[in-house]
Write a protein that binds this ligand. Sequence first.
Ligand code: NAP
Length: 299
Amino acid sequence: MSEIKSVAITGASGNLGPHVLKALIDANFQVTVLTRSRKPGAYDASIRVVEVDFTSVESLTAALNGIDGPVSTLGPAVTESQTVLIDAAIAAGVKRFIPSDYGSCSTNPKLKDHPIYAQMFTVRQYLQDKAKAGNLAWTVLVCGAFLEFLLDMPMMLDFENHKATLYDEGDNRISSTSLSNVGNAIVAILKNFEATKNKIVHTSQVILTQNKLLRIAERLRPDIKWETSKVQTSAILKEGLDGVTAGDFSMPVIFKILKGTAFAGDVYGSAYDETDNDLLGVKELTEKDLESLVAGKLT
Ligand SMILES: NC(=O)c1ccc[n+]([C@@H]2O[C@H](COP(=O)([O-])OP(=O)(O)OC[C@H]3O[C@@H](n4cnc5c(N)ncnc54)[C@H](OP(=O)(O)O)[C@@H]3O)[C@@H](O)[C@H]2O)c1
């Protein structure tokens, strides 16, 4: 039996948040949405929505009163601000905290001091210290890249223009999970209270490579000719890091760091063969499932 009944979600209006919110509601948790500002019509009238100040422990503590498990899906821009949310969670006496992390390689020790990833390490360390002191328990979910991001955006293959910029040789592996299954995995974490306590758990529906996707696309539509080029992930990463060192934190620079790490395959451990899928109830994609997804992208 789950010890968690009431759940608060932060970041429910973002890319991931709506999918997690849906999974929590479908699983019959009592759900409260914590938001910077309530937008009319954004949530079903039956959902409790509380406006909070994410910089204020007092504001967040009041909102978390009576909540068993806060789930954070806050955006990457405010990763580090989660320490305030954690302080509030402790003050409100919550049982389990799930931080916004949800990466592929974000827990790899090699990235401890990298821009973007360093903040996630800070939050995880903060949680571990608080848990050691007996203040609360946590679970971090590693889910790989969001499947929709990989297939809907020109990240691995540009399905619209039939172009592929291959990272290194195109064989770099990356684990991936759909947004709805990230939501389902979070529900399973909350329901498997003891088995997921103070742990980093892994889920992945499929391990992709660009060449694997390209081969499926070519098999399904031999009439389409793909234009390919190559780029070294180490070079992209260096460009991104040089940009940040020069004080440029723009999105293109941040994306270079993300691509140079998440798409570098085993260099930063973006693919993992061992998962907690059974515990989390996440089903892996079959070759046929993957073929159908690729077929849906080919026009
Ligand atoms: N594995 C992957 O492929 C992948 C891809 C993208 C993201 N992620 C991870 O998934 C998590 C969620 O990312 P996301 O893309 O869904 O986030 P997002 O859309 O950028 O933001 C989520 C929400 O954070 C809330 N927020 C609170 N304070 C904020 C502030 N000062 N500035 C901006 N937003 C603020 C907003 O909700 P309110 O306005 O309602 O408060 C916003 O809608 C992150 O941990 C991210 O690193 C993983």
